[in-house]
Design a protein around this ligand. Structure first.
Ligand code: DAH
Length: 334
């Protein structure tokens, strides 16, 4: 019997094991012959004889099954090694991807302000009336609220219409005190849809606050001019008086048209200028709404639309194409 056990253990392929199986367990195998001997065993020994034989058979079966599992898994691994595909192999048609132009533009803008020591702040997409409007000097029923067509969730909650509420959230944080230099990039939402508007787009907000008298319009002008030349190269920059509820004075900032070099074309409506962002000195009412710690400060703020920048940099005619998911648009940015 030991010999039979050795015989099974020594089989080193499934084929060899199958031959051993037939030799031991087959119809004319060793075990069958042993059981056949029962006939010539005296009656009183029959029981012991059969018992012994069954134990031997169970042992052999056990060894056989174990051996079979080992050889099968070995064969499977061998097959996988031979048939397997090397997914790391270069197939010659790999194409590199690229960042979406909105992300790429956003990263470039963030790089500039981070290099100028601005911190990055995050807000949330759902805002309450206080942070999105009230604290920004946009009281209820103020006509300036109509500048932003809002998605209301209920009487108090809105999908934020701009990134400006992050100004308020940052200033009201317990661990934040002036001086503040922050930007806040992110999605904003308005009920708009045409060639230059989508219901979701991205803005970057900027806020600088320090002791009263430390921050002037000259600081604002310097940083925005420097920033716009970093983004658009050698362009002219002009500040145009404007109105925002949260800044006083307010200015809209234009660059000379990148399509016609300021000569006047269809895209700049023959003016030679393109409006690129809003800005101004933080309105005292905003500091009043923020409250404690902001009694004796001054600051400037600005806000810009990332898609607008991406369109001007890449000369994309229809803003909506940025969100259609057409691979042909993205392929141009590889
Ligand atoms: N929140 C304004 C908007 O969505 C943009 C803006 C204008 C932000 C002037 C500012 C600012 O911080 O000073 O249209």
């Amino acid at each position: 019997m030991e010999k039979l056990q050795e015989l099974i253990k020594s089989a080193d392929t499934l084929k060899a094991l199958e031959e051993v199986r037939i030799e031991i367990f087959g119809k004319k195998g060793v075990l069958a012959l042993e059981f056949a001997k029962m006939k010539s065993v005296p009656n009183e020994e029959k029981k012991a004889f059969a018992q012994n034989l069954n134990i031997q058979k169970a042992k052999l079966t056990d060894i056989y099954e174990t051996k079979r599992l080992v050889l099968e898994s070995f064969a499977l691994r061998q097959m996988m090694r031979e048939d397997g595909v090397d997914v790391t192999l270069f197939n010659g048609i790999n194409e590199s991807g690229a960042l979406h132009p909105v992300n790429e533009t956003m990263n470039k803008i963030i790089d500039y302000f981070v290099s100028m020591n601005f911190s990055l702040e995050e807000g949330s997409f759902i805002e309450d009336d206080f942070h999105n409007f009230e604290a920004l000097n946009l009281p209820k029923h103020h006509p300036a609220r109509d500048m932003q067509d809002t998605f209301y969730l209920n009487d108090d909650l809105v999908l934020r219409t701009h990134t400006s509420p992050v100004q308020i959230r940052t200033m009201m944080r317990e661990d934040v005190k002036p001086p503040i230099r922050m930007i806040s990039p992110g999605s904003v939402f308005r009920r708009d849809f045409d060639v230059t508007h989508t219901p979701m787009f991205h803005q970057i907000e900027g806020l600088v606050v320090d002791k009263a008298g430390e921050i002037s319009f000259a600081n604002l002008k310097f940083i925005l001019e420097d920033f716009l030349r970093y983004m658009f190269g050698d362009v002219k920059v002009r500040f145009r008086p404007s109105f925002f509820p949260f800044t006083e004075p307010s200015a809209e900032v234009d660059i000379s048209c990148v399509f016609c070099d300021g000569l006047g074309c269809r895209i700049c409506s023959k003016t030679g200028w393109l409006e690129v962002l809003g800005s101004g000195m933080v309105d005292p009412n905003v500091f009043k709404a923020v409250g404690e710690g902001y009694e004796d400060v001054s600051g400037y703020a600005f806000g810009l639309g990332v898609e607008r920048f991406a369109m001007l940099i890449h000369k994309i005619p229809d803003l909506r194409s940025l969100f259609e998911g057409d691979i042909r648009l993205l392929e141009q940015f590889r």
